[in-house]
Design a protein around this ligand. Structure first.
Ligand SMILES: [Zn+2]
Length: 257
């Protein structure tokens, strides 16, 4: 697991699997952990990492309801978990789904966890809206299209945008819910990307604003081509055409049918 300080109040932790990013944001004497690393040892280390950095844990946020972003309670079992209203609704509609997918993953990789994941109660946050962290305020922006739910988190004082599974420099767009909604989300993210010092994609770690903007333009081109029925693998963005990305592309095509 890599830990990267991008601002005096922001640390990004990158999981060894899928380069899944968790972002720790401090405001005064409080700190939120947004999303989560995946592997058991990484989650186990997380509280000590905050402590060493002098960040006082106060709560968890998740950008969306995909299981690999929801594991924060394994590191902070008592922690309050805030999610967008859309994510809370998704979790309510599919009780036990996160735990099932986590169990599948763990079984496939022969992983053991010290305790089961309890999602019990989550706090539904109005999005668009705000979320206080100490004396600071995080802005919450709707981010759906990849899935039916989700939010992007903007920390204005740090110029940090935590966008969930959008704008990944590694992974092509996976519009599991809707291409139109995905494109609308990219439109909402664009001015934030332009204003950002660092953009934290759910997979692929922190990138600077020009890099994220390049990814945004490529993703928009790819999705528009997909919507027009352009299905050749040459439609894939340069640098994201390896075997796994072709597999994701094939899944995108399958979803369209
Ligand atoms: Zn996702």
């Amino acid at each position: 697991m890599r830990a990267i300080g991008v601002h005096e109040d922001v640390i990004v932790v990158e999981s060894r699997i899928w380069r899944t990013a968790a972002t720790i944001v401090r405001g005064g004497e409080e700190a939120f952990v947004i999303d989560s690393p995946v592997l058991p040892d990484e989650l186990e280390l997380l509280p000590a990492l905050l402590q060493q950095a002098g960040f006082h844990f106060s709560g968890l946020l998740a950008t969306h309801g995909d299981w690999d972003h929801l594991l924060g309670r394994l590191a902070f079992p008592g922690g309050a978990l805030g999610v967008a209203e859309t994510t809370a609704a998704r979790l309510r509609a599919h009780p036990g789904e996160t735990q099932r997918q986590l169990r599948d993953f763990d079984e496939r990789h022969y992983l053991q966890r010290p305790a089961p994941l309890r999602l019990g109660s989550v706090e539904a946050l109005p999005v668009p809206g705000y979320c206080e962290v100490g004396p600071r305020e995080l802005e919450l922006h709707p981010a759906d299209g990849h899935t039916v739910d989700g939010m992007a988190v903007w920390a204005p004082w740090a110029g940090v945008l935590v966008c969930g599974d959008y704008l990944s420099p590694l992974e092509i767009p996976t519009p599991e819910a809707s291409i139109d909604a995905y494109l609308a989300t990219l439109g909402r993210l664009e001015p934030l990307v332009a204003a950002a010092a660092h953009v934290i994609a759910g997979h692929g770690g922190p990138v600077d604003s020009p890099t994220a903007m390049r990814v945004l333009v490529e993703d928009r081109d790819y999705l528009e081509a997909l919507a027009r029925g352009r299905t050749a693998a040459t439609a894939l963005p340069a640098g994201r055409r390896d075997g796994e990305q072709r597999r994701l592309h094939a899944a995108n095509l399958e979803r369209l049918r």
